[in-house]
Design a protein around this ligand. Structure first.
Ligand code: ATP
Length: 397
């Protein structure tokens, strides 16, 4: 089967995301660009933080904006919120062009990494704060405000802590208050910028599940910014992987993992990371170093990068790919074989072996320093162009 690389695919199934009170909202970014003036003494040239981004976020979707530090994720979020004005391009919420609207008129809820709660106010007062600032026809009675604050607090499960000050709460609880405060005005779009970064590992997982639950219950279109691929993959309907202000690929998390568009995306997703080797195609045969791995069709002869997911190796005496075992790391559910191979471009080759079957369990008995052989699972092997680093599709022969 020829491989298909989907770089930009609208999520299916979101048509059913309809909220009873009608606050669902599609967000569309059209050719969005943001340039900042160069202020560094040594470099006065402009910084292009976001470079011609096109993105459609359907009603009720949770999209994860993912990428390394400095790739432009927060800038995209701040453009959607209206905190920044684009240099070029447009932003639509449904049919409305909101590009020139100030943040307060966009109907957004914002949550940042550092909670940003008022320390002298109680949880209740913090949640009520955005409602107290409503003016004109939007102004609410005291009873209406109290009801909305209670509802938001219940949704994030902090209704028992309403009279405490932020300093009397854990980090996770403070972040829930920040989320309740963002939800209290029933925003059309929820924007979360690294909301879990200040939490410890256990709380991060718990809070990310909470965010997913709240988003599923409210069906508010949500943009979630993170540099943590596991976090983005675990809670997003779709992820958009960014590099240097450009979206590299958009798709469902599994789809992007299984079919990366380029070497950057392949390397960015997955723990442990993908193994990358210097490889070659010669007369329809794929070589890693001198090992003839398997036959491929549809690829011309030449040098390639070969990416192999850590779960793409099957140990066995007849395996064609050879490496030297450095050590075995037991991690409970899985065992990691850390190996050396001259063609590897990573410091070590990492192979994940499940402990379920006998063959996996006996891995711990393989002597360190010995040669181990693996067959490679073709759907876990990706080829990339040496120059462009774009993925090359192949047919296994
Ligand atoms: P991080 O994960 O570290 O927050 P990010 O992906 O969110 O990174 P942005 O904060 O969007 O990245 O920044 C993108 C680029 O734009 C970076 O090179 C950054 O230095 C630059 N940048 C951001 N804000 C400004 C600004 N106000 N003035 C000048 N350059 C800026």
């Amino acid at each position: 089967m020829p491989c298909q690389i989907r770089r930009d695919r609208r999520a299916t199934g979101t048509a059913g995301y309809r909220k009873a009170n009608g606050i669902h909202m599609e967000v569309v970014l059209q050719n969005l660009t943001k340039k900042f003036p160069g202020r560094d003494r040594k470099n006065r040239s402009e910084v292009t933080a976001v470079n011609g981004i096109n993105l459609e976020i359907p009603d009720g979707e949770l999209i994860g904006l993912l990428g390394p530090s400095g790739c432009g994720k927060s800038t995209v979020l701040n453009l959607i919120s209206g905190l920044l004005k684009p240099t070029e391009g447009q932003i639509f919420f449904g049919a409305d062009d909101v590009t020139k609207l100030p943040p307060e008129n966009r109907g957004i809820g914002l949550v940042f990494q550092n909670y940003a709660l008022y320390p002298h106010l109680t949880v209740r007062q913090n949640i009520l704060f955005p409602l107290e600032n409503l003016k004109g026809k939007d102004k609410l009675s005291k009873a209406e405000m109290a009801k909305k604050a209670e509802e938001a607090a219940e949704l994030v499960q902090i209704d028992g802590l309403m009279d405490r000050k932020p300093s009397e709460l854990s980090g996770g609880q403070q972040q829930r208050v920040a989320i309740a405060r963002a939800l209290v005005k029933t925003p059309k779009v929820l924007l979360l910028d690294e909301p879990l970064s200040n939490l410890d590992a256990r709380l991060r997982i718990q809070t990310r599940e909470e965010i997913r639950r709240i988003q599923r219950e409210t069906r508010i279109t949500t943009v979630f910014v993170t540099h943590d691929q596991e976090e983005a993959m675990s809670i997003s309907d779709r992820i958009a992987v960014m590099k240097d202000g450009v979206i590299q690929q958009i798709g469902r998390p599994q789809e992007v993992y299984d079919s990366p568009a380029n070497l950057f995306v392949a390397k960015f997703l997955g723990t442990p990371p993908i193994n990358v080797f210097a490889g070659q195609i010669r007369e329809h045969m794929l070589y890693i170093g001198s090992d003839a791995v398997f036959r491929v069709n549809g690829v011309s002869d030449g040098e390639v990068y070969v990416g192999v997911r850590p779960e793409g190796f099957v140990r066995g005496e007849t395996g064609v790919f050879r490496c030297k075992l450095s050590r075995v790391e037991v991690m409970g559910r899985d065992i990691s074989m850390v190996c050396e191979n001259a063609a590897s471009l990573n410091p070590a080759v990492r192979v994940i072996v499940g402990t379920q079957d006998e063959r996996g369990a006996e891995t711990v008995l393989v002597p360190e320093g010995s040669e181990v052989r693996f067959a490679l699972i073709p759907r876990k092997v990706f080829l990339f162009d040496r120059k462009t680093e774009e993925r090359i599709c192949f047919e296994e022969n």
